[in-house]
Ligand binder design. Structure first.
Ligand code: SF4
Ligand code: SF4
Length: 432
């Protein structure tokens, strides 16, 4: 039985912990709260007490398990190799099994399971978003909540796209001439509903590299918001839907431009479905051919450098936790950026430190999320760049919000948008 099915599955991880406290030095929650319960060691002790029967699962305990951005910094700094990410996911799943899911989350994940209904809801939302959100004067995009609903009013949200990416693009996009291979694009929700510019950049770059792009219409949420909040059953429904849709369309490879989506395809689906051999085999098959877009364009099908034009940007790169520590993708985005003519890459202090987004964490713990973000924004300001690039739409949202609130003049984009910009610039440059 896997980590999503039973708490006893992580006993081995618990036994590895020698309570040294090394995790304190890197935990973004502990840095802000200075409470032992914020750090991996404190939560490990709580899970041990739960398993030994010393304590029971209560609302308070479940709330403590929510105090984690799942950034995996503790994993990386642990001398004993404790996989705390597995412990926290198992603990949250156990909390939901015993205490149920918060009603707001139950409604949200219930809607995500019914993709048609969710699409309709967001379509209506895109028309009426002005009722709840107030646009920031002088900005093309970005709004703040008009009312306080327990999420604070400082966060700057991107506007919902008038048309979703998947409704704008055909299901199959073919390059001129013979395609080198067929690549499936898993868009994820944020790119589909908010950041359609990122999704279009992904398709543009793949087509530029003579690849056929398949974007299955029936795909939906990756399921990560549900799985990290302990709603394992909803996450399984979403995982199966995506596996079914992509298997039906078929492809040589699958690309993702979102760090959570990439983790879902590479690691989470097989774990979620570990008790169902047929589904697990399908998940493993797709995990083998799933790539983050930077990884794909650098390691799998090296992107063509011919045709790249000058992009005069000073760029600093923020590593998304689930791309860097979750998937080991650190070098590829930098390699990509360094090959773009005219671009200057300036590293910030601790580019791998969590930005505080962590999906619903930023909504349920807005003040803590903002405090973590503030440190990141200070590091960005010190680079004196004009662009912050990252590899995940959720980090883009968080960083854009921080940049706006700090009044920094920085574009916040996904790296693939800069690559697309470079190909566009190349077409305008005179040929020699
Ligand atoms: S660093 Fe690892 S071994 Fe040390 S307390 Fe944290 S989780 Fe336990
Ligand atoms: S995953 Fe990140 S936030 Fe959670 S305990 Fe570890 S270091 Fe802290």
């Amino acid at each position: 039985m896997g980590i999503y099915s039973t708490l006893t599955s992580i006993e081995g991880e618990l036994h590895k912990c020698m309570k040294c406290g090394n995790c304190q030095a890197v935990c973004p929650i502990y840095k802000e709260t200075r409470h032992e319960v914020g750090v991996a060691r404190g939560k490990i002790s709580l899970v041990e007490a739960l398993l030994s029967g010393e304590t029971e699962m209560t609302e308070g305990l479940s709330e403590r398990f929510s105090l984690c951005t799942t950034c995996m910094a503790c994993n990386a700094n642990c001398p004993c190799g404790v996989r705390f990410d597995r412990i926290i996911l198992a603990a949250r799943a156990e909390a939901v099994r015993q205490k149920g899911l918060h009603s707001a989350k139950a409604i949200a994940f219930g809607a995500l399971k019914r993709q048609g209904l969710f699409d309709l809801g967001l379509k209506v939302g895109s028309v009426f978003q002005g009722v709840a959100l107030k646009r920031i004067p002088g900005r093309k995009s970005g709004s703040r909540l008009r009312f306080e609903v327990g999420m604070g009013q400082t966060k700057v949200f991107p506007n919902l796209a008038k048309r979703t990416l998947r409704s704008e693009l055909p299901e199959i996009v073919r390059p001129a001439g013979t395609a080198k291979m067929r690549v499936a694009f898993f868009t994820g929700c944020m790119i589909n509903y908010f950041y359609t510019d990122m999704g279009k950049a992904v398709v543009e770059v793949l087509i530029e590299n003579s690849l056929e792009v398949v974007i299955p219409n029936g795909q939906g949420c990756c399921g990560i918001p549900a799985s990290v909040n302990g709603d394992v059953e909803s996450a399984r429904v979403m995982a199966k839907r995506n596996l079914r849709e992509f298997e039906n369309m078929g492809a040589d490879a699958l690309v993702v431009a979102c760090s959570s989506g990439g983790s879902a395809w590479k690691h989470v689906y097989a774990e979620l479905l570990s008790d169902e051999p047929k589904w697990r085999a399908l998940a493993e098959k797709w995990a083998e051919k799933s790539y983050d877009i930077a990884e794909f364009l650098v390691d799998r099908v090296p992107f063509k450098e011919e045709g790249l034009g000058r992009v005069e940007r000073k760029v600093t790169y923020h590593d998304p936790c689930h791309l860097n520590r979750g998937q080991g993708i650190y070098a590829e985005p930098r390699e990509m950026l360094k090959k773009i003519p005219g671009l200057e890459l300036i590293e910030m202090k601790e580019p791998g430190r969590c930005c505080g987004m962590a999906g619903s964490f930023s909504l349920t713990h807005p003040e803590l999320s903002d405090q973590i973000l503030e440190r990141k924004i200070q590091d960005i300001a010190q680079t004196h760049t004009d662009t912050v690039a990252t590899g995940c739409p959720a980090c883009r949202l968080q960083l854009a919000s921080g940049v706006e609130n700090a009044d920094l003049q920085e574009d916040v984009v996904h790296i693939v948008q800069i690559l697309a910009e470079s190909y566009r610039a190349g077409k305008l440059e005179p040929r020699v």
